[in-house]
Write a protein that binds this ligand. Structure first.
Ligand code: MGD
Ligand code: MGD
Ligand code: SF4
Ligand code: MO
Length: 680
C-alpha cells in the first residue's frame, strides 16, 4: 500500500493533515505522521495521535453489533448480526414514536469526530426527517461563541501563520502546548523576532512555564481583568482614536462605564496586583501587533460568555486589528461557510423541541411532554463527559429508556446501551473537515480498511432510515453526495473549493485575502458593521461557585475545581490507555492547601461536595494558584475507584449566555482518605 493521506478528526483546533504509512511485509498500517507539506501541521503530530494506530488495532475495539443481556450498566452483551441490530433498533424507535411522539427520541452527539459528514450529515437528516427532539450542542463552546459574536459579529480571527508578525502574544485561558500545539512554532518564531509571550491562567502548566510572564488569575474573574485593562488604556490615552471613530460604536459610554473599573477593584477580584494590571495594559496599549489567543478555558465558568466578550472588545480599543497578526483568536471556524442547510436538511420536517445537551441529567430524569424514551448516542461519551454524572447515570439506568450507542470502544456510555453498534474511525471512512484553529478545508478518504463489521455513522443512519420506512431520497444519499451538498455554497470564502480539487490537493485554503487581518478596515459582522461596545451591559459579578461567590457554599467547599484538558488525552477518547488513566487520576493542589490538610504528593484523597465524591491521587506543587485545584479531563468512570469520575462533582448550572455548562465553576473540599478498592 502506498502512503495514504488523511486528516485528524479529533476535537482539536489544529485539524492536522496526516500521512499513513504501511508495512510492506504485513500490509498493516505502521506509522502515522504529520504532513510536512501542510502549512500548519508542518510535519509533526501531538504525542497522543502519533500513537493512534494502537487504538485502531486495539484488541478491545468493538467489531460487531451487540445486544444487552444483563442489567443496564453491567456491560453484559451478546453478539448479534447487523440485520438483527438494525431491525430491533428500528422497531423500538418506531414504537416510541408511535406511542409518545417523535420528540420522545433524542439524538446525543458531539465532536468525537470533527468531520462534517460523520458528525452532522446523514445523522442530522435522519433525526430531522423523524421529527425527533433537536439537540442544543452546548457542551463545549456555546458561551464563548455568544461572547465573541457580541464582540465581533462574525468571530473572524488572525490566522495561526500570522502570529509570527506579532510583538505581544497573550495566551488567555489557552493551554497552547497542551491543546493547540501547532500554534506553538509560530509563537516561537515571533519570539525569535522579539515578541513577548504572556499567559493568563490560574495554572502554570508547560505553556505558563515557558512564558515571559504568568498571571495567576482567579478562576472565572476574567471580565474584571478585561474591564480594568480598558480602564487603564482609556485613562492613559493608549487607545487608537482613529480606529475607534471609524470602526466602533458606543465609545463614550464605555469611557463612563470603565471609569469605575479601577485596577485596585479588579485586583481584589482577580488576584492580580493593581501594578501588574497597569503594566500589562501599558504594554498591550503600546506594542503592536498584539494578539490574544483566548481559548475555551475562560468560558467554562458561570460568567464565561461575558468574559469572552470583554476580551474580544480589547483589540478594537487599541486598533490591534489593523495589523497583520493582531487582534484576537477564539476560533477560525466561522469563516468556513459550507452549505449546512443542504447537508443537514433541517427542512425535512417541522423542528422538534430543543434539548440542551449540558442538561442531559435533567432531560433523562425530569423532562416531560413527552419524556425522553429513546436516545441514540454517537460521537460522544456522556456517561463520562456530561456534568452532574449522578443524574446522568440515573437517567441512563432507566429500564424504560431505549438506548443505542454507536461506538469504537465499550466505554461507560456503551455499558448502558440496549444496542451497541461498532463504528469506523476517521482513518477508515470519508469525511470533509473545517478547522477551528486554521483556514484550510480538508478531505479524507478511507486510508485503511475497517476492522470486523465496523460501519461509518452515515451508513448506519441510512440503514436505519430504510428499515423504518423513512423514504425521503435525501436519506439515501451517498457520502460523496453529502460532501457535494456541503461544498455547494455560494459564499465567497468557498469559491473554487470542489470535491475534485480536494481529491487532488487534500487541503485547500479558504478563499480569503492573504494576508487576512479580518477587521483592519471593518466591517464587523454586527448589525451596524462596527464593533459595538454596548457598555450598558458590560458587567461582572463572581460566579456563585467561586471564592467570592456564595458564602455558605464556600465555607463548606472552599476550593475551586478546574478540569483543564490533559495533554495526552482527548476528553474521554483515550481513557482506556493506562498511561492516560494515571494522569487523569491526579489532583494538583497548592502547597498551602495541602499543608492545611496534611496532604502530601502521592496521598490518596477524596474530593467532595453536595453532588458527589471522587477519589484521586494528590500532586502537591506551586504550579497552581492557592485555593484552586485541578483534575485533568476526563477519566472513564468504570476504570476509576468507586466507579465515578470528575463530572460527579460538576453541576448542571449553565453559563450566563449560550446555555453552556459551568464546568469550571465548581466548589469542592478535599480530605485525605484510604484508597477504595479498584473496580475490575
Ligand atoms: N491534549 C488535548 N487537547 C485538546 C483536548 C483535550 O482533551 N486534550 N480537548 C479539545 C477540546 S474539546 C477543546 S474545547 C479545546 C480546549 O482548549 P483550551 O481552552 O486550551 O483547554 P482548557 O484546558 O479547557 O482551558 C485552557 C486553560 O484555561 C485555564 N483556565 C481555566 N479556568 C480559567 C479562567 O477562569 N480564566 C482563565 N484565564 N483561564 C482559565 C485552564 O487552567 C487551562 O490551562 O482543546 C481541545 N484540545
Ligand atoms: N469536567 C469536565 N467535563 C468536560 C470537559 C472538561 O473540560 N471538564 N470538557 C467538555 C468539552 S470542551 C467537550 S468538547 C466534551 C467532549 O465530550 P465528547 O464529545 O463526548 O468527547 P469524547 O469524550 O472524546 O468522546 C467522543 C466519543 O466519540 C467516539 N467516536 C469517535 N469517532 C467516532 C465516529 O466516527 N462515530 C462514532 N459513533 N463515535 C465516534 C469516541 O470513541 C469517543 O468515545 O466534554 C466536556 N466535558
Ligand atoms: S489531536 Fe490535534 S495536534 Fe494531535 S494530531 Fe489531531 S489535530 Fe493534530
Ligand atoms: Mo470542547
Amino acid at each position: 500500500m502506498p502512503t495514504q493521506h488523511s486528516v485528524c478528526a479529533l476535537d482539536c483546533p489544529d485539524c492536522c493533515s496526516l500521512l499513513l504509512e504501511f508495512d510492506p511485509a504485513t500490509q498493516r498500517a505502521s506509522k502515522l505522521r504529520g504532513n510536512p507539506d501542510h502549512p500548519v501541521t508542518q510535519g509533526f503530530l501531538c504525542a497522543k495521535v502519533a500513537k493512534y494506530l494502537d487504538r485502531s488495532y486495539h484488541p478491545d475495539r468493538l467489531l460487531h453489533p451487540l445486544r444487552r443481556t444483563g442489567p443496564k450498566g453491567s456491560g453484559q452483551f451478546q453478539r448479534v448480526s447487523w440485520g438483527e441490530a438494525i431491525a430491533e433498533t428500528a422497531e423500538k424507535l418506531l414504537a416510541v414514536r408511535d406511542q409518545f411522539g417523535p420528540e420522545a427520541i433524542l439524538p446525543y452527539s458531539y465532536a468525537g469526530t470533527m468531520g462534517l459528514i460523520q458528525g452532522s450529515g446523514m445523522d442530522r437528516r435522519f433525526f430531522h426527517a423523524l421529527g425527533a427532539s433537536r439537540l442544543d450542542r452546548t457542551i463545549c463552546s456555546s458561551a464563548g461563541t455568544v461572547g465573541m459574536t457580541e464582540a465581533t459579529g462574525d468571530r473572524f480571527a488572525p490566522a495561526p501563520e500570522d502570529f509570527i508578525h506579532a510583538k505581544l502574544i497573550i495566551a488567555w485561558g489557552a493551554n497552547i502546548l497542551g491543546t493547540n500545539v501547532h500554534l506553538w512554532p509560530f509563537i516561537v518564531e515571533a519570539r525569535r523576532n522579539g515578541a513577548r509571550f504572556y499567559v493568563i491562567d490560574p495554572r502554570k502548566d508547560r505553556t505558563g512555564k515557558l512564558a515571559d510572564r504568568h498571571y495567576a488569575i482567579h478562576p472565572g474573574s476574567d471580565t474584571a481583568l478585561a474591564l480594568a485593562l480598558m480602564h487603564v488604556l482609556i485613562a492613559e490615552n493608549l487607545v487608537d482614536h482613529d480606529y475607534i471613530s471609524r470602526q466602533t460604536l458606543g465609545y463614550d459610554d464605555l469611557v463612563r462605564k470603565t471609569a469605575e473599573w479601577t485596577p485596585q477593584r479588579a485586583a481584589a477580584l482577580t488576584g492580580i496586583s493593581a501594578e501588574d494590571i497597569v503594566q500589562l495594559a501599558r504594554e498591550y496599549g503600546t506594542i503592536q501587533p498584539a494578539v490574544i489567543r483566548v481559548n475555551y478555558g475562560v468560558q467554562r465558568s458561570e460568567r464565561g460568555a461575558m468574559a469572552v466578550r470583554a476580551i474580544g472588545l480589547l483589540p478594537a480599543l487599541t486598533g490591534a486589528w489593523k495589523h497583520q497578526g493582531g487582534g484576537v483568536q477564539l476560533s477560525t471556524s466561522n469563516a468556513f461557510r459550507f452549505n449546512l442547510a443542504a447537508l443537514e436538511r433541517p427542512d425535512l420536517a417541522p423542528p422538534g423541541r430543543l434539548v440542551n445537551m449540558s442538561l442531559l441529567g435533567q432531560a433523562l430524569t425530569e423532562l416531560d411532554h413527552p419524556p425522553v424514551k429513546a436516545m441514540v448516542v454517537y460521537n460522544s461519551n456522556p456517561a463520562a463527559i456530561a456534568p452532574d454524572q449522578t443524574a446522568v447515570r440515573q437517567g441512563l439506568a432507566r429500564e424504560d429508556l431505549f438506548t443505542v450507542v454507536l461506538e469504537q470502544f465499550q466505554n461507560d456510555t456503551a455499558d448502558f446501551a440496549d444496542i451497541v453498534l461498532p463504528v469506523t474511525t476517521f482513518l477508515e471512512h470519508s469525511d470533509l473537515y473545517r478547522a477551528y484553529g486554521h483556514y484550510y478545508v480538508q478531505l479524507a478518504r478511507p486510508a485503511m480498511p475497517a476492522p470486523g463489521e465496523c460501519l461509518p455513522n452515515t451508513e448506519i443512519f441510512r440503514r436505519l432510515a430504510a428499515k423504518m420506512g423513512l423514504d425521503h431520497p435525501a436519506l439515501r444519499d451517498s457520502d460523496d453526495a453529502l460532501i457535494r451538498a456541503a461544498l455547494d455554497s455560494s459564499h465567497p470564502h468557498m469559491q473554487g473549493i470542489t470535491l475534485e480539487r480536494l481529491e487532488r490537493e487534500h487541503s485547500i485554503r479558504l478563499n480569503l485575502p492573504d494576508p487576512f487581518p479580518p477587521y483592519a478596515e471593518g466591517p464587523f459582522g454586527t448589525p451596524s458593521g462596527k464593533c459595538e461596545f454596548h457598555a450598558e451591559t458590560l458587567d461582572y459579578t463572581p460566579p456563585v461557585e467561586s471564592r467570592l461567590g456564595d458564602a455558605e457554599l464556600r465555607a463548606k467547599y472552599p476550593l475551586e475545581l478546574l478540569s483543564a484538558k490533559n495533554p495526552d488525552s482527548m476528553n474521554s477518547t483515550f481513557g482506556n490507555r493506562s498511561a492516560v488513566d494515571a494522569q487523569t487520576a491526579l489532583v494538583t493542589l497548592h502547597t498551602v492547601d495541602a499543608k492545611a490538610r496534611g496532604i502530601f504528593s502521592g496521598d490518596t484523597v477524596t474530593l467532595f461536595n453536595d453532588r458527589g465524591a471522587l477519589e484521586a491521587t494528590a500532586m502537591v506543587n506551586e504550579d497552581i494558584a492557592p485555593g484552586v485545584i485541578n483534575v485533568p479531563a476526563v477519566r472513564w468512570p468504570k476504570l476509576s475507584p468507586g466507579g465515578t469520575a470528575l463530572n460527579v462533582l460538576t453541576s448542571q448550572r449553565l453559563t450566563d449566555k449560550g446555555g453552556g455548562p459551568a464546568l469550571y465553576s465548581c466548589l469542592v473540599q478535599i480530605k485525605k482518605s484510604t484508597p477504595l478498592p479498584a473496580v475490575d
